[in-house]
Design a protein around this ligand. Structure first.
Ligand code: HEC
Length: 211
């Protein structure tokens, strides 16, 4: 396996180089980002996952169940209800939250930090929030350290989705893409969604190259 770890390590290094290159490119061409930019390591097929590897939500959803999410949700239940019309507690009621505006439950006194965040909840920003609430909304009053395991996050999000939201789940990745996506680095994803798009472009190219 060490051989594969080495290869995976090189691919990660390649991703970091590509990230740097894309930042430079963005700076020079103001957002003209050729889709094929990224790291293409000829003939490399990645195997297994590095410890640092992060998976996409689409991939994570294929590995968890609503029942697992219900179990994870017990860690939320001291502060939140999730039944339709449930009362706000220490935290707001969470029925149908996915797809709805952030910090929008009537009658709940949100922090300025969370109120200031624009947009509505989707699978990706919900995962970022639940990974580390205090990083997503600095100054949030949700005193919960976060769910560090991406599968715990995927499971509880699946459970939330089944309680009043029912957003369509993202397409599960094709098998060859799954291997390439194992090389994603959590920090990169969190730092810059645009860079993530670059990396995904690179991955797609890489997956083709690896065929
Ligand atoms: C210690 C109490 C507490 C725990 C535990 C907790 N939360 Fe919260 N949650 C809050 C509070 C308080 C807020 C409002 C935060 C703010 O306004 O900054 C909140 C806000 C939220 C929001 C945003 C709601 C909206 O209306 O936009 C979501 C989603 C959420 N929590 C999900 C969860 C999930 C899922 C868990 C378990 C994994 C969890 N919370 C655990 C207290 C908690």
């Amino acid at each position: 396996m060490s051989q594969f770890n080495t290869i995976a390590g090189w691919s990660l290094a390649g991703g970091i180089v590509a990230l740097g290159a894309s930042i430079v490119t963005n700076g020079m061409f103001h957002g003209e980002r050729p889709e094929t930019m990224g790291y293409v390591v000829e003939g490399v097929v990645e195997e297994g996952g590095e410890e640092e590897a992060e998976m996409t939500m689409a991939e994570a959803f294929t590995q968890v169940t609503v029942e697992q999410g219900e179990a994870v949700y017990r860690r939320c239940a001291s502060c939140h209800t999730i039944n339709e019309g449930g009362a706000n507690g220490i935290g707001p009621n969470l029925w149908g939250k996915l797809g709805r505006d952030i910090a929008s439950i009537p009658g709940f006194n949100y922090s300025d930090a969370l109120s200031a965040i624009e947009g509505s909840w989707n699978f990706d920003n919900m995962s970022d929030w639940l990974a580390r609430p205090a990083a997503f909304a600095q100054g949030t009053t949700m005193s919960f350290a976060g769910l560090s395991d991406p599968l715990d996050r995927a499971a509880v999000i699946l459970y939330m989705n089944a309680n009043g939201s029912n957003l369509p789940l993202p397409e599960p990745p094709a098998a060859d893409e799954t291997e390439a996506e194992d090389a994603e680095i959590e920090g990169e994803e969190a730092a810059d969604p645009e860079a993530e798009a670059d990396i995904e472009g690179g991955e797609a190219a890489e997956a083709e190259a690896a065929e």
